[in-house]
Design a protein around this ligand. Structure first.
Ligand SMILES: *[C@@H]1O[C@H](CO)[C@@H](O)[C@H](O)[C@H]1NC(C)=O
Ligand SMILES: *[C@@H]1O[C@H](CO)[C@@H](O)[C@H](O)[C@H]1NC(C)=O
Ligand SMILES: *[C@@H]1O[C@H](CO)[C@@H](O)[C@H](O)[C@H]1NC(C)=O
Ligand SMILES: *[C@@H]1O[C@H](CO)[C@@H](O)[C@H](O)[C@H]1NC(C)=O
Ligand SMILES: *[C@@H]1O[C@H](CO)[C@@H](O)[C@H](O)[C@H]1NC(C)=O
Ligand SMILES: *[C@@H]1O[C@H](CO)[C@@H](O)[C@H](O)[C@H]1NC(C)=O
Length: 401
């Protein structure tokens, strides 16, 4: 889910034994090893992530939620690291992650472990106190706005250092918490903007890492994004693997067909009122050090086109870290449950090995999505692993690519 963010400074300024191996290759040996999760989010002001906000953390009903997830058979939970304090740089003037933030992440990890639920940590923008790292690298030419996230070496190195700092601290404080991190989504729904340079330029040559790309040529535009995206990914993956070779790493994506493109079309510009986002390409990311592909697909009439347009490749495992149903499209939670179920069933053809529903219980989000727990657990009572053990069903279906 794409949540609009404040406090962001961009510009250069279940079988637990098997799951715990964190090795996707062993998964399909067993009916119980599909990844079945939910997104646990806490928000303030209806749109700002705040699960780990230090002044609020202990007020959330996390223990109860994790206990219910366990009883419904879920084996993983996805949480967002961001919160106002995180974006503001934790009150620090230099890079680092203070224990008054990390202790809550550790608390969550330990509680989840006690309920046999693995945790996927999700990040997005860098905390403000990493700005000195960003500033120590030159801003690349012909790159503007949010496109610096992928194209500015400083942004890449800051993200790598953030994960080194966070993970080293979790590891030092509580090993069982550390071992319960099974995956990291380094940037929720990573995308570039076609309204910002270099992609807003439709002619001329733009350099990246000593190669010139012709902005009038779709193949060049896509290749430039593929190469930058893979350097970005490889740098952050390498940093995480140094602290833990076992943690699986990727950045979640959506389909180009979810934002008005028809497949990966060469990062083409869109009309001024259209969605300006363009995601990284799974068929490119499989060539990077990313361990798996995570594609978000929500229930809608467009869902099958989104799956087909995402250029998914069987070279690496594919997970659906978010699926869900917008209340504006589905009149009640029963209907929403069936619509989400259809997305999941449609995804079997592409070889998905896990699904995580948006959200567990966040009824204050705007726009509103049906939660698993509302209306007396209506969606849980259709989609939860204890009710609908997908493993057996998915295995019977032929996997086509
Ligand atoms: C939430 O909204 C209130 C009222 O508009 C505002 O005062 C407050 O600063 C906001 N909180 C954050 C963290 O943005
Ligand atoms: C957390 O710790 C940092 C570093 O010690 C400090 O600057 C900050 O004020 C603390 N924040 C809170 C909410 O206590
Ligand atoms: C780490 O978490 C475990 C629970 O799994 C707890 O028993 C232990 O006390 C924690 N250790 C520290 C150092 O906090
Ligand atoms: C890229 O930026 C340089 C320096 O600002 C400028 O001279 C050049 O014209 C830009 N290239 C394009 C294709 O706009
Ligand atoms: C949801 O809507 C359908 C169709 O209108 C209806 O048959 C069903 O009873 C409703 N379910 C609930 C829980 O309200
Ligand atoms: C909610 O569901 C439970 C279990 O299915 C059931 O026992 C209970 O009566 C339901 N509560 C309401 C208010 O419908």
């Amino acid at each position: 889910m794409y949540i609009v963010l404040a406090f962001v400074c961009l510009i250069g300024v279940t079988d637990q034994r098997i799951l715990h191996r964190h090795d996707f290759s062993s998964l399909n040996d067993d009916d119980n090893t599909y990844f079945r999760g939910s997104n646990y989010i806490r928000l303030i002001n209806t749109s700002m992530h705040a699960t780990f906000e230090p002044s609020l953390y202990s007020t959330w009903m996390i223990e109860t939620a994790l206990g219910q997830m366990q009883s419904y058979g879920y084996n993983y939970v996805r949480v967002f690291l961001a919160c106002p304090t995180y974006y503001a740089g934790f009150g620090l003037s230099s890079p680092g992650v203070p224990l008054n933030y990390t202790k809550n992440v550790i608390d969550f990890l330990v509680r989840a472990a006690n309920h046999k639920i693995l945790v996927m940590l999700t990040a997005d923008f860098n905390p403000l106190n990493y700005q000195s790292i960003i500033n120590s690298y030159p801003i690349p030419p012909n790159v503007t706005g949010g496109n610096v996230i992928i194209f500015h070496r400083g942004q890449v190195e800051a993200k790598a250092q953030f994960f080194r700092d966070l993970l080293s601290q979790i590891k030092a404080v509580n090993m069982s918490a550390f071992q319960n991190i099974f995956a990291i989504d380094i940037f929720n729904e990573i995308a570039v903007s076609v309204r910002e340079q270099p992609f807003s330029l439709t002619s001329g040559l733009v350099p990246f890492e000593d190669i010139l790309y012709d902005m009038a040529n779709g193949n060049d535009r896509q290749r430039m994004l593929d190469i930058a995206g893979n350097i970005w990914m490889d740098t952050v993956v390498a940093a995480i693997k140094l602290v833990s070779p076992r943690i699986l790493v990727t950045a979640s994506l959506f389909s180009p067909n979810a934002v008005g493109h028809d497949g990966f079309d060469g990062v083409q510009v869109r009309p001024p009122d259209a969605d300006d986002r363009y995601p990284l390409r799974p068929a490119s990311l499989v060539q990077s050090l990313a361990d798996y592909i995570d594609l978000h697909v929500y229930a809608s009439e467009n869902a099958q086109k989104e799956l087909a347009g995402a250029a998914l490749s069987s070279e690496k495992p594919i997970l659906m870290g978010e699926t869900g149903a917008y209340t504006g499209f589905f009149s009640n939670a029963s209907i929403a449950a069936l619509a989400i179920k259809k997305v999941i069933i449609d995804s079997f053809d592409y070889g998905f090995i896990g699904w995580s529903i948006w959200t567990w219980d966040s009824t204050d989000q705007q726009p509103r999505f049906w939660t698993l727990t509302e209306q007396n657990n209506t969606i849980n009572n259709v989609l939860a692993p204890s009710v609908w053990p997908i493993g057996k069903l998915a295995k019977k279906l032929p996997i086509k690519f």
